[in-house]
Design a protein around this ligand. Sequence first.
Ligand SMILES: Nc1ncnc2c1ncn2[C@@H]1O[C@H](COP(=O)(O)OP(=O)(O)OP(=O)(O)O)[C@@H](O)[C@H]1O
Ligand SMILES: [Mg+2]
Length: 319
Amino acid sequence: MLWTNSKSYLGRGVMRVAGVENTVSGTARGNVVQAGSIGTLHIHSSPPGNVVPQQLPPAPRLFVSRSEELTELDRWHADEERQLLVVISGPGGVGKTSLALRWLHGARDRFPDGQLYVDLGAHADTPAQPDEVLEWFLGALGVEVPPPSLAQRQALFRSLTADRAFSILLDNAASAAQVRPLLPASPCCAVVVTSRWRLSPLGVDGARFVEVDPMDVGDSVELLEQVVGEPRLAEEADAARELARLCGGLPIALGVIGARLSRRPRRTLAKEVDELRTETSRLASLDLDDSTSTTRPRSAPSSTSPMWTCRHARRGSTA
Ligand SMILES: Nc1ncnc2c1ncn2[C@@H]1O[C@H](COP(=O)(O)OP(=O)(O)OP(=O)(O)O)[C@@H](O)[C@H]1O
Ligand SMILES: [Mg+2]
């Protein structure tokens, strides 16, 4: 005989149902079923779908400019009745991920069911496969054992996100084909994709496109000011503008140079300009520009400045 009574219960203690007294040992959270005798017992974990994942990396602590892009994202989200799908593209280090994080953190309240994040690894040796990513997402949604096939994982992912409002950041996407299987069906979700590629084929999926350009000199100087301090830049305004130009408007480069100046409080900006010019001409002669790479979708911002490349920035950041 099985007593079917169940009580919502939190803690330890004694339950009395229909004259029978049972003692609950240990701590129970949720429903406790009081049973007489039981034949075979199957225990199922609670159904997934009530987990609120918060996977977004932190918002950038320092953030300047990009107000037009942020306004556009806000407007699209407000206007879009379907699911918002946005591709943010631009050269390496221009600030695509930072822009996405800035907007998604600011819009957090609009996605009460949570945020999902994955680095799709376009620049890694092996970019992430959609079935692996879906396993990751399903895990974040409480699924302990994902179904085996890609189609089953997609179907379960769509079921669990249906009519719910998640924001999803697919960072460093390699192709439209890598992104498509990861799109939920819910119109309440927003998916932001970043890529050095434009991923134009996603236009047929209704994507909106933001191309992030290098910063202009004014914004570049503002970024340097935030890192180095305004008084020091004001003392050498011309050198500051020249540094901004040499960095090609790339925030990653401006951050590296700013950090270098901060570590050396007595160094003049003019000295930094001289050194950077020497370094860049030496590196240019070594042909280190990433724009020669076959995997690079767009050239480095050579129209703004040929002086700084992504790889150069990485060298600087480890120096
Ligand atoms: N608007 C901004 N204000 C201040 N700093 C920024 C801004 N955008 C980017 N940065 C800084 O520049 C660096 C590179 O930014 P980010 O990682 O967003 O570039 P990315 O375009 O995503 O590069 P990648 O193609 O390599 O992924 C980071 O250190 C970031 O903090
Ligand atoms: Mg990025």
